[in-house]
Write a protein of this length. Structure first.
Length: 268
């Protein structure tokens, strides 16, 4: 999140207003949130990026009811690239979500460690940006546990569960255990396409579908440089057809869970 974003400026202004209302100097406030007074000053002046740990502690100390973190989530949402915002909105309002992933664990099902490792593969971004992107990704996952959660169906290639070297053994075991846990929720279905299935139409690339409250569908396609929301009827129809195709190649729910458990054991 850039320091010149309007929402970020609002957070800093609210932080300073709430601190002064509590009659705390920057040094006193810093001790309470486990930061130095100079660090508090840097945050308020915009010389230091807004920190999730800092704002969580600030909300607790100032008794804001989570105001500052809520504003940070809005700022992070505003900071998303323009091509991704329409899909985020469709995702939040969906009654059903479908996703097919031939190469990665879907973002809504990633553990913190897996997500951080994947984001870090881009060596052009800073550590602060890694953590910002990680926070946004983890916040997105709340739609699967919050009120009115959608039905979520994911189809994943078995090769995704096995793609790592020995250095990621613990990370993969944790990630697959999380998938098994998610699959036990009544509103989450995870289906695995076994490696015995070779060529099929899904290998062209990942895609996602969201059904809104009006019953209509929109799709989403990602590539190395961005992504696009698909809303033309004829294009959505193609994605729905391809979804049925890749879903038919995948194992049933219970067999998929058993396969995930077997792969998890191989990583343990």
């Amino acid at each position: 999140m850039e320091n010149d974003e309007p929402t970020a400026e609002l957070i800093r202004a609210q932080l300073r207003r709430l601190r002064l209302r509590a009659e705390l100097s920057q040094e006193e406030f810093g001790r309470l949130v486990h930061f130095s007074g100079s660090q508090v000053s840097a945050v308020e002046l915009g010389h230091r990026p807004l920190d999730r740990f800092f704002l969580t502690r600030a909300d607790e100390v100032l008794g804001t009811g989570g105001l500052l973190m809520s504003l940070l989530k809005l700022a992070e949402r505003d900071g998303q690239p323009s091509w991704f915002r329409p899909w985020l909105e469709a995702e939040r309002q969906a009654q059903q979500l479908r996703t097919y992933q031939p190469t990665l664990v879907p973002g809504l099902l990633q553990t913190e460690n897996y997500a951080r490792a994947m984001i870090r593969t881009d060596d052009l971004i800073t550590d602060d940006e890694v953590e910002r992107r990680l926070g946004v990704r983890l916040d997105r996952q709340s739609i699967l546990s919050g009120p009115g959660h959608p039905k979520y169906i994911a189809v994943i290639e078995e090769s995704v569960l096995r793609r790592a070297d020995e250095g990621y053994r613990g990370l993969m075991a944790e990630q697959i255990a999380h998938l098994v846990e998610c699959a036990e929720r009544p509103h989450v279905d995870i289906h695995i396409v076994p490696t015995s299935v070779t060529m099929h139409v899904g290998l062209v690339g990942p895609f996602a579908l969201a059904r809104g409250t009006d019953g209509g569908w929109v799709g989403h396609l990602e590539n190395q440089l961005g992504g696009v929301v698909v809303d033309k009827d004829e294009d959505v129809a193609i994605l729905l057809s391809r979804w049925e195709s890749v879903r038919s190649e995948a194992l049933p729910r219970r067999q998929s869970v058993e396969l995930m458990k077997d792969v998890m054991t191989s990583w343990s």
